[in-house]
Design a protein around this ligand. Structure first.
Ligand SMILES: [Zn+2]
Length: 130
C-alpha cells in the first residue's frame, strides 16, 4: 500500500514507523534520499527512472515530479553532473557525481557511521539520566 502527498509517495513499512509520521517529516527524509542518490552517483552513472526504482526498493516511492527537482538541485549545488544520452529514438539524462559530490559523500559516510551505532543502542535501551 502506498500513499501520495504532493508527489511524495511512501510505502507503508511497519519497521519504520507510521505513514503519517513519514509524511510529517518528509523534508527531513529528503536529506537521506539526497545522500542515497549521491552514494549511487559515486558508484555508477544512473538515469532518473533507474533511481526511482532504486529508491522504491528502499521504501521511498517518489514521482518523477519530486525526483527531478532534487537531481537538478544536486546538480546546481555542484554535487552531480549530467549528460544527455541517446536511448533508441529517445534521449535521457544520465547523472554522475562530481569531485565535490565524491568529497561530500565521503564526509556523509563518516557521519552516518558515527550515527548508526548510537541509533542501534538507543533502540535496545532507554537513555538514563537525560
Ligand atoms: Zn540504494
Amino acid at each position: 500500500m502506498a500513499l501520495s502527498v504532493k508527489g511524495f509517495n511512501i510505502r507503508i513499512d511497519k519497521r519504520a514507523g507510521t505513514v503519517m509520521a513519514k509524511m510529517k517529516h518528509q523534508e527531513l527524509l529528503k536529506g537521506l534520499i539526497r545522500l542515497h542518490i549521491l552514494h549511487h552517483a559515486t558508484v555508477n552513472e544512473f538515469y532518473g527512472q533507474w533511481m526511482i526504482h532504486e529508491l522504491a526498493r528502499h521504501g521511498y516511492t517518489l514521482s518523477a515530479g519530486t525526483l527531478y527537482p532534487m537531481l537538478h538541485g544536486l546538480e546546481r549545488s555542484g554535487y552531480l553532473k549530467s549528460r544527455t544520452e541517446r536511448s533508441g529514438r529517445t534521449f535521457r539524462r544520465v547523472y554522475h557525481a562530481t569531485a565535490l559530490g565524491r568529497e561530500a559523500n565521503k564526509l556523509a559516510k563518516v557521519q552516518i557511521r558515527e550515527l548508526v551505532p548510537e541509533l542501534r543502542r538507543s533502540r535496545s535501551r532507554a537513555h538514563a539520566g537525560d
